[in-house]
Write a protein that binds this ligand. Sequence first.
Ligand code: SF4
Ligand code: SF4
Length: 438
Amino acid sequence: MNTQALTDTAPGTAAVAPRGASLERGRHAFLEEIDAPIASFFSSCVRCGLCAHACLFYTETEDPRYTPIHKLEPLRRMWRQEYTFWGKLAKRVGLAKPVTDDELAAWSELVYDSCTLCGRCSRVCPVGNDIVYMVRRMREGMAAAGHAPAGLVRATRNAILNGSPMGVKLVTLEAQIRHVEKETGLTVPLDQVGAEYLAIFSSMEIVNYPEYIAALTRIFEQAGVTWTISSEAFEATNAGIQIGQSDLAAELLSRIVKAAEKLKVKTVISPECGHAYLALRWEGPNLLKRAYPFQVKHILELLDELRAAGKLRLRDSEDSRLTFHDPCQLVRQGGVVQEPRTLLKLVASDIVEMNETGVMNWCCGGGGGVSAIERAENLRLKAFRRKKTQLDELGVEMLVTACANCRVVLEEGVDAYNMELPMVGLTELLAEHLEERP
Ligand code: SF4
Ligand code: SF4
């Protein structure tokens, strides 16, 4: 485990250099990250600028620096100078501008604060450039060069050393479990070997939304399925992916895999968190270089299966007009598009869609680790104007989502703009409408 790489040299500063981080290490990491897809993406970009109009940081500021492909400019120059004929020639005769440490420091805001890894730009690029892939490769070099933002370094260090980016420890989870057991009158299973499902959580759920744990407890009781929480690995989020340190991302994933194997579960349930699902379901086997001996499902996929099997029995319906905010990593990147809509229809009669929705949704503005970056707060609130416009057009009375991070960011945006809009997680909403136990 590379915990040494997380030791700050200057905590609290705008960018924190992990011990040993340097321009040279960064350059080395950049060169390692320039693979065939990166080379092909840079060489095929036709500079049409369409990606700018897909990115909420550009649309809400009209600052050309926030054009997605521009955020990758140092990486592009390095690719050109090291791997193309004309770039090598220019470098040899002293006509190429070298990438400097100051430049990378200045680019930290563009690579971290103004990219939520939402993937909307990749959808519109006419030549199919996967800009999220490129930003993530660039973050690997930025972290190695010591230009990851302080908040993300702290979150990653906490995740590696304490098991949670927010520093949530088992004792806190146990306190929330006791609270849920008192409230529901049900047992929350811990470390049950042989259970069918292993539930994991984002720290945000444990601390801010323990209603989610209560909702799971009640839904699983009604459905008659066996499930458990692991005392050794209950955190679902992956700060390693957000900061751009694949070795740490793999370490965090391996903890969940080990716990699932130890408890012999059949399925690991990713919680209402977009990037946790992406990390565990789609990235994990590649990062760990092996297949899992269990399945991974997002909680909404499981709930939809329980519905189809007649094991999710609901009553009544919400009267209020409501809409669903699509978490980017779950819907656009993760492919869970229809399940939330099917489930929502079971408990709501007046559902309206935003003008751009589903795989073309607009991000909350705080994904990809942006919500952990203190200096990004003003920019994040500017970006939130896109969501505010969408919500104002609908005149809804309630906002439903399925990602604890989206929910926190949306709540902050709603507060900042003095909007009156209650919010709820979809799993909790379903639990509120469960048929009473006989
Ligand atoms: S949309 Fe694609 S081709 Fe156009 S500028 Fe952006 S990355 Fe380049
Ligand atoms: S992934 Fe999203 S936030 Fe990042 S550059 Fe593309 S559109 Fe902008």
